[in-house]
Write a protein that binds this ligand. Structure first.
Ligand code: F6R
Length: 366
């Protein structure tokens, strides 16, 4: 049932070219310039005219939501707030009629998310569910939605469900942004084509993982890690840190790279591995100087960089390449080496990567 893989987590990481393709299949049609998502089509006015969108989720799904905030604000020009479901539920938030709530959940059963949605629905919010498990509680509670079609995820740490969420949310941002006239047709078509190429590019990353295995073995005894990114890669840095914590029990923190100088840089010494998610994008020059700051303090730099990058490799102790992609799409690629890194660190430490201690696949208690 593990399809020849040693663990479900590794199998699910390697399934991603297929699961992302399944998610896009029949929806993303770059040749005709259409994105067909019935949950969006049927409610396009409510979505494109929303005064505000609130994204409610937990854990990895919350990280998908944070990326969606960046994408929706850029492509749709709609203000977005991303909320931890558990905080949203208990802090008496302002929810106005006509606000759109996007609920993101792999299992569709996370109690914090479910109760947050119930109270928002009672206040008149429109709930759009981005869910993996068909017919789950959150799917049933939603007014509309789009499934991620990643198939059953057995590994406790979310991998293929996360990239499915990113694919759905990217299509939504594109579709709503174009319907609203917030992006040009040329940009819309270009990003559609880029998204369509993601499954092939993920396959490319997965073709040879020996370099990532080597890096994992080299750093497996570190006691702490930092994960840094800017812009679209910031949520990916957070997700990289969460994955490492879960699978390897190594303390890891994700930060926006520029926040380093406001405190965390005090942690940096010659023992600290610092993972930069530093693909070529509009933040590139800025992140190059952040890498410099870490090097100057003798931190060990591990970078995720674009295949043709000529600067970052020379500044890094270790490097993981991903194919070139537009910055809106690149997170779907840059997250893959980080999944593999945490997997191989966990394996190198002899841990049960499919069932990390203290964790359950769906958290049905508040
Ligand atoms: C991390 C992980 C958790 C879940 C979180 C929300 O690998 O799996 O952080 O993302 O518990 O679960 P769902 O998406 O099922 O609501």
């Amino acid at each position: 049932e593990k399809g020849g893989y040693e663990h479900f987590m590794l199998k699910e990481i390697h399934e991603q070219p297929d699961t992302i393709f399944d998610c896009l299949r029949g929806r993303l049609l770059p040749q005709s310039g259409q994105i067909i998502m019935s949950g969006v089509d049927n409610h396009i006015d409510a979505l494109k005219n929303a005064q505000r969108m609130l994204i409610v989720a937990c854990g990895t799904s919350w990280h998908a939501g944070l990326l969606a905030e960046y994408q929706i604000e850029e492509l749709c020009r709609i203000p977005v707030e991303v909320e931890y479901a558990s905080e949203f539920r208990y802090r008496n938030p302002v929810v106005n009629k006509g606000d759109v709530i996007i609920a993101i959940s792999q299992s569709g059963e996370t109690a914090d998310t479910l109760v947050a949605l119930e109270s928002a629905k009672a206040k008149g919010a429109f709930i759009f569910g981005v869910v993996n498990v068909v017919g789950s509680s959150i799917a049933r509670l939603s007014n509309a939605g789009a499934y991620t079609h990643a198939g059953p995820e057995i590994g406790v740490a979310s991998t293929k469900a996360f990239t499915g969420q990113l694919a759905v949310l990217t299509m939504m941002a594109l579709k709503i942004g174009y319907a609203k006239g917030a992006i040009t047709e040329a940009r819309y078509l270009q990003l559609m084509r880029e998204l369509y190429e993601v499954p092939e590019k993920v396959k490319e990353i997965l073709k040879d993982t020996s370099n990532i295995q080597r890096i994992a073995a080299k750093y497996k005894d570190a006691t702490d890690f930092l994960f840094l990114g800017r812009g679209y890669n910031f949520p990916i840095a957070l997700e990289g840190a969460l994955k490492l914590k879960e699978i390897s029990y190594i303390h890891a923190e994700g930060y926006p790279a520029a926040e380093m100088k406001h405190g965390p840089i005090a942690l940096v010494d010659e023992k600290l591995p610092v993972v930069f998610v530093a693909t070529k994008d509009s933040y590139y020059e800025k992140i190059v100087s952040n890498v410099q700051e870490i090097k100057a303090r003798k931190g060990k730099v591990i970078a995720v960089a674009t295949a043709n990058d000529e600067i970052i490799p020379g500044m890094s102790n270790d490097i993981m390449f991903v194919p070139d992609a537009d910055e809106v799409i690149a997170p779907l690629l840059s997250t893959i080496p980080l999944q593999l890194l945490s997997y191989y660190v966990g394996v190198a430490k002899g841990l049960d990567v499919d069932k990390p201690r203290n964790l359950a696949k769906s958290v049905t208690v508040e």
